[in-house]
Design a protein around this ligand. Structure first.
Ligand code: GLC
Length: 704
């Protein structure tokens, strides 16, 4: 047993399981008694037994809280400081759905590195990141925080972020521990409504939703946060299938489990506990270690231990994991690990950090349409119109500590080219006079989209139009006769059949502190856009869920030339999305040819080598992400029509051809049974290599 554990009283052990906000420790508790303290029914003794803190904003605050705590603590076990550092701390990077669009996990690593250094200087030890939730429903607000619809891409991005946070060890200043979330399948909320029921088969869970969490744990995440939803009608927070069978028995993980905010107490609302005593009992028995922002453990676990309902063994196991984590982070050597006002002043929002954010933003936007109007020439006259013309709120949700006041607006970075600016959001706001002003322009640049608060937690939408009919500004093209370039700011796929008619359309997501500079770089061709969509864009809400890695069904619809009536299709819309997974344009012209397999019969323990030639037929150097999909044509269960298994992002110089190679092993071809067992079956496989899920070369081979 951990030596420190043996020295703790039961009350003190239970205290280690409690996570509360910092103000419980440093403000006058009498004031707080009227507020959250009353709601959690925590007296001062329980507060000063707590094990960890949720959220901190500066080294000074951390030092004050830790000092106040240790001064009162008998056991002197320091508080662990955790926070939501999701896509940057103060230097903000592109939101995760944008980062995934880069298909460049090195940028995700860079985002996590900078985030860790800045957060560590504030005394943060753990970040509640990365979010590894697969998301296939753009109505869900948290698509913005996800890496999209593909299990492999999510796993790659998740792994990169964990490695960026932990780097060369979580004991070192400048590195922080990662808490992967939300375990599990939070993104499968029915109807895309946040916190809603999740009802999945085990086969879907194991094959589509769980791999990325496991990848994060294998990469070094030391904590895992449970999700608000149910799995098999049992809330994930008290789900022993997840927390014991999968996490402990199948994955052999010793990660600390932590609830989401108040999610342990919420099992009462879920209808699986009648009172807080039962909440505490179910949490411990299921394997939940830390209770975030509710107090079932703090107020009821001692009685449950005393009357034998909950064994001390379960309590000791949970506390041991937490003490081991504090040891691994180095808190016993230095309770103020990382906190440094001087370092914070030196590195936060530094030139280097902003440059790193810009490099990520440059590769995270996606060119969806371009009739040749882009790139613009340097002295082009621009009429800049729309709600984002002057806005600095361009970083997206989970940017609490971002400094929007320091962000450059699009108006500021384009000032040399502007002949007219208006942040009016609707066509009805325009009168003819302003149209006269616009006539001086060579091009109209629309900067429109969702606000930062129309996506994110608890911000689901039932329809996916560009809000407030902003896309009607496209009518200015007919009114003025000027071409229109549209730049879209959004946290989820939107319905773009109208905006698709723009002369050029850029999916800019929320690109972080340097968003305006990245957009300018692409508009003028200083950066050749290389982003590709990590999630399908539907034609209408009725198609949802729509994703590329779907099953074939017994009556597949083969497309517009398939006139068979009795097939899986709609009467009123295509089955295909408006923009498919992997879609994205470039200023270069890439051509794929000569797909070659090393053999058309491959033994299970052999490697299959795949190569393809990619030609850049333009004179413009450009980065191209080459995607490799497989399909297991005949298996013991129905397999998806496509599964991304490899990708490579390569620079191909103008008028050059590069041969891109991949290696496939049996692990790349297998799948999970409902037991969680992973197998690879012999038989015929299809290899597809191309620019998107809808545009590829293909060859078959037999695994023998
Ligand atoms: C929120 C979110 C979770 C976050 C936690 C702490 O409700 O669901 O992602 O890490 O609470 O802020």
């Amino acid at each position: 047993m951990n030596k420190r554990l043996s020295e703790l009283t039961t009350k003190e052990k239970i205290g280690q399981l409690l996570q509360i906000a910092p103000f419980f420790f440093i403000k006058d508790l009498k004031i707080e008694v009227a507020g959250p303290v009353r709601d959690l029914h925590l007296d001062e003794e329980k507060i000063f037994h707590a094990g960890s803190v949720l959220g901190i904003g500066s080294p000074e605050e951390m030092i004050a809280v830790q000092s106040a705590y240790l001064k009162k603590s008998r056991h002197k076990i320091p508080l662990l400081f955790m926070a939501d550092v999701i896509h940057g701390y103060k230097t903000i990077f592109p939101v995760p759905i944008a980062m995934a669009s880069s298909f460049n996990e090195k940028l995700a690593f860079s985002c996590a590195r900078v985030s860790a250094m800045e957060a560590s200087s504030s005394g943060i030890h753990v970040t509640f990141s990365p979010m590894a939730d697969l998301s296939r429903d753009p109505r869900w607000g948290r698509v913005v925080e996800s890496f999209g619809e593909d299990p492999y891409l999510i796993a790659q991005m998740t792994e990169a972020m964990v490695k960026g946070y932990t780097n060369d060890g979580i004991k070192k200043d400048g590195n922080i521990a990662s808490c992967v979330k939300h375990f599990a399948a939070y993104g499968a909320a029915e109807a895309g409504r946040d916190y809603n029921t999740v009802d999945l088969s085990r086969v879907s869970l194991y094959n589509d939703y769980l791999p990325a969490y496991k990848k994060a744990l294998d990469a070094g995440s030391r904590l895992i946060m449970t999700s608000f939803n149910t799995i098999d009608r049992v809330p994930a927070t008290v789900n022993s299938f997840l927390l014991r069978k999968v996490l402990r028995e199948q994955w052999h993980s010793d990660a600390v489990t932590i609830s989401d905010y108040d999610s342990l107490k919420q099992i009462i609302s879920h209808g699986v506990a009648a009172d807080m005593e039962e909440v505490a009992k179910r949490g411990m028995i299921a394997g939940l270690d830390i209770e975030m922002a509710s107090s079932a453990y703090a107020n009821h676990l001692e009685d449950l231990i005393d009357n034998g309902t909950v064994s001390t063994t379960l309590l000791d196991e949970a506390v041991s994991r937490i003490l081991d984590l504090k040891e691994a982070i180095g808190l016993f050597d230095n309770p103020f690990k990382g906190a440094s006002s001087a370092l914070e002043k030196e590195i936060v929002l530094s030139k280097e950090h902003l440059e790193a954010s810009l490099l990520a933003a440059n590769e995270s936007l996606v060119l969806l349409e371009n009739d040749g109007i882009l790139p613009l020439h340097k002295n082009v006259k621009i009429a800049l119109i729309g709600r984002y013309s002057k806005s600095r709120s361009i970083v997206g949700p989970w940017s609490w500590h971002g400094r929007r006041d320091l962000h450059d607006s699009l108006e500021e970075v384009l000032s040399d080219n502007l002949v007219f600016v208006s942040d009016k959001a609707n066509i009805i706001d325009f009168d003819l006079l302003e149209n006269e002003q616009i006539k001086k322009a060579d091009v109209i640049l629309l900067a429109i989209g969702e606000t930062e608060w129309q996506s994110g937690e608890a911000h689901s939408r039932s329809e996916l139009s560009v809000p407030n009919n902003q896309d009607e500004l496209l009518k200015l093209r007919e009114i003025t006769g000027k071409p229109v370039v549209s730049v879209l700011y959004n946290g989820r796929p939107l319905l773009l059949e109208n905006l698709q008619k723009s002369n050029a359309l850029i999916e800019a997501w929320f690109l972080g502190s340097m968003a305006s500079h990245a957009i300018k770089n692409v508009l003028f061709g200083d950066i050749n856009p290389s982003g590709k969509l990590p999630i399908s864009f539907p034609r209408n809400v009725g198609q949802i869920p729509i994703y590329y890695n779907h099953l074939n069904t017994g009556r597949p619809y083969l497309g517009p030339n398939d006139h068979n009536e009795y097939v899986s299709r709609y009467l009123d819309v295509e089955n295909t999305p408006l923009y498919p997974f992997g879609y994205g344009l470039s200023y270069s012209t890439f051509g794929y040819k000569n797909l070659v397999l090393s053999d058309n019969k491959v033994k299970k323990d052999e490697t299959l080598f795949v190569s393809v030639d990619v030609e850049n037929a333009s004179k413009v150097d450009g980065q191209e992400t080459v995607l490799l999909f497989i399909r297991d044509l005949f298996a013991s269960i129905s397999r998806p029509v496509q599964e991304l298994k490899k990708y490579k992002k390569v620079l191909i110089k103008g008028n050059m051809t590069e041969t891109i190679t991949f290696e496939l092993k049996k692990e790349d071809l297998g799948f999970y049974l409902e037991s969680g067992e992973f197998i690879t079956e012999k038989g015929r496989y299809q290899i597809m290599v191309g620019r998107s899920s809808a545009d590829y070369l293909s060859l078959d081979f037999d695994l023998i």
